[in-house]
Design a protein around this ligand. Structure first.
Ligand code: PRP
Ligand code: URA
Length: 244
């Protein structure tokens, strides 16, 4: 049984264009400009699938020939890009649903503990949307995603979906363990996390590859981790093994 069969809220795209574009995205030879284009194209395809169950209401429309029945999306939709890597997913989603509201959440992952640290949140007091799509290319330990869902639930969002390009099994388990009602839409579920908490085979650092911010070998995804980081990953992997 694969990950999607075990978890009914996990949706792994089976679209051939998604598989094709994802392979180019992963390729270390793909430059920053092409990488950004692919993030946008993949988001469009995944967004189309993630919004397939949005409710619609009927409306009458006048064509040049006659009046006929039409439809319009019913719920207010909020796009929630997680800074900074989620920014590259916003434009494609807005092409699909131009009426969506965009609410940014700033989180970064502490390199040592792999825990999310919140640094930006300007949500108003009460939710202004019914359906939230969290946009973040990477679902690694799942800490950032689970924290974002906590924030959105406290805000009052009725329905939440996570849209990511690549997930690790550990991240899927963390997010769906904490929030079993959240649908997860991805292009692929990869093999595992490495000892630094990077997804393997993955694509490296999605933020750095989109924005061209490479800080040198010590910050690269394959670089040796400290003991504390490796222990966090081992614990997640033990939890995952315990669940299956
Ligand atoms: C990356 C990614 C997610 C997070 C995923 O962000 O975009 O937000 O890591 O990891 P997790 O599932 O283990 O929480 P990062 O902290 O690198 O920040 P950035 O987008 O600013 O580069
Ligand atoms: N963040 C990334 O950008 N890549 C990973 O593999 C894990 C977290």
């Amino acid at each position: 049984m694969d990950a999607a069969q075990r978890n009914p809220t996990l949706h792994v795209s089976a679209h051939p264009l998604v598989a094709h574009k994802l392979a180019i995205l992963r390729d270390t030879g793909t430059d920053t400009k092409k990488f950004r284009e692919l993030v946008r194209e993949l988001t469009w395809l995944l967004g189309y699938e993630a919004m397939a169950d949005l409710a619609t209401r009927g409306r009458r429309v006048q064509t040049p020939l006659e009046e006929t029945d039409g439809a319009e999306v019913d719920p207010e939709v909020g796009l929630v890009p997680v800074l900074r890597a989620g920014l590259g997913m916003v434009d494609a989603m807005l092409e699909l649903i131009p009426t969506a509201q965009v609410w940014h959440i700033g989180l970064y992952r502490d390199e040592r503990t792999l825990k999310p640290v919140e640094y930006y949140n300007k949500l108003p007091d009460a939710a202004t949307v019914q359906v939230c799509l969290i946009l973040d290319p990477m679902l690694a330990t799942g800490g950032s995603a689970a924290a974002t869902v906590d924030i959105l639930k406290a805000w009052g969002a009725a329905r939440i979906k996570q849209v990511s390009l690549i997930a690790a099994p550990e991240g899927v388990a963390t997010l769906s363990g904490a929030h079993p009602d959240v649908d997860i839409h991805v292009a692929a579920v990869d093999r595992e996390l490495n000892e630094r908490g990077y997804i393997v085979p993955g694509l490296g650092d999605a933020g750095d590859r989109q924005f061209g911010t490479f800080a040198g070998p010590a910050s690269e995804p394959g670089h040796a981790a400290g003991d504390e980081t490796a222990e966090v990953v081992r614990r997640l992997q033990r939890d995952l093994a315990g669940r299956s």
